[in-house]
Design a protein around this ligand. Structure first.
Ligand code: NAD
Length: 257
């Protein structure tokens, strides 16, 4: 990894990055931006897309197969951005076993499988895991119990990876991602009162772009972030700073849904 005068964070030339959920939203932006700093990027998604390896990241066998294929083809693996996610809204009593498994499988389990499969390939030269958690990893959005649980778990996973593999030069960071304009938000928070109240949770009064979130993922992975590990990076337009506004909005939402 190279750092030159005036280049504070360095680049990832010659490094190999795996991004999950790469077909859309934050993952697609992350794929573009990791390429912009010199990395070779392998995108993984359930959905098809140009240059995307199609796989279900909630299946441990498929995750192991993808990781092994990346190392076989590119010779190494340096950064994993565990980013794929889904939500099935509903209160605990209304969610089925299948709903629970779907959200937990993609948002939480997949990232454990990624660590288990990838860490052995990083031990010799170091590496970085970046997990897209959420504000739901530090609080709770109404009617999203499994999503909230899964996103909390990613902060614990980042801490565990930091503690268990720090001596091998492996870092891990969880992104506390705030409201971002992606397909997920279009589906779950359609334009109208719901979208307006989501936007109002931020201090800046707008949703993030996927690129604004992807920049945080790249920042966490760059060589200049070498002391950043076992921590969360909040990119939420000031939303968690204004918990009172958040609580008020969420109460409105509760009444609306
Ligand atoms: N958009 C937001 O406001 C927001 C806020 C906080 C956190 N996040 C998190 O950001 C991440 C990216 O979401 P996004 O907003 O870009 O949404 P998105 O729907 O645009 O992207 C999610 C991607 O994950 C993929 N995916 C779903 N299940 C998969 C599976 N089993 N295997 C492989 N890929 C799968 C989807 O096909 C999709 O391409 C998610 O983890 C989400 O929870 C989003």
């Amino acid at each position: 990894m190279t750092m030159t005068d005036g280049d504070v964070f360095g680049r990832l030339d010659g490094r190999v990055v795996l991004v999950t959920g790469a077909a859309s939203g934050i993952g697609a932006a992350s794929t573009r931006l990791f390429r912009a700093v010199g990395a070779e990027v392998v995108g993984v998604d359930l959905a098809p897309g140009e240059g995307i390896v199609q796989a279900d990241v909630s299946d441990p066998a498929q995750v192991a197969e993808v990781v092994d294929a990346v190392v076989a083809r590119h010779g190494r693996l340096d950064v994993v951005h565990g980013n794929a996610g889904v939500n099935v809204p509903g209160r605990p009593h209304s969610l089925t076993d299948a709903d629970y498994r779907k959200v937990m499988g993609v948002c939480c389990d997949a990232n454990f499988y990624l660590v288990r499969s990838a860490v052995g390939h990083m031990r010799a030269h170091g590496g970085v895991f970046v997990f897209t958690s959420s504000m739901c990893g530090v609080g709770a959005t109404p009617r999203s119990p499994v999503y909230n649980m899964a996103k909390h778990a990613l902060i614990g996973l980042a801490q565990s990876v930091a503690v268990d593999y720090g001596a091998q030069g492996i870092r891990a960071v969880a992104l506390v991602t705030g409201p971002t304009h992606t397909a997920m938000v279009d589906e779950l928070w359609p334009p109208g009162p719901l979208r307006d109240s989501l936007t109002a949770t931020t201090s800046v009064g707008r949703l993030a772009t996927p690129e604004e979130q992807a920049r945080a993922a790249v920042f966490a992975a760059l060589p200049g972030s070498s002391f950043l590990t076992g921590c969360s990076l909040t990119v939420d337009g000031g939303a968690t700073a204004g918990w009172n506004e958040m609580a008020r909005t969420m109460l409105t939402l509760k009444a609306a849904r």
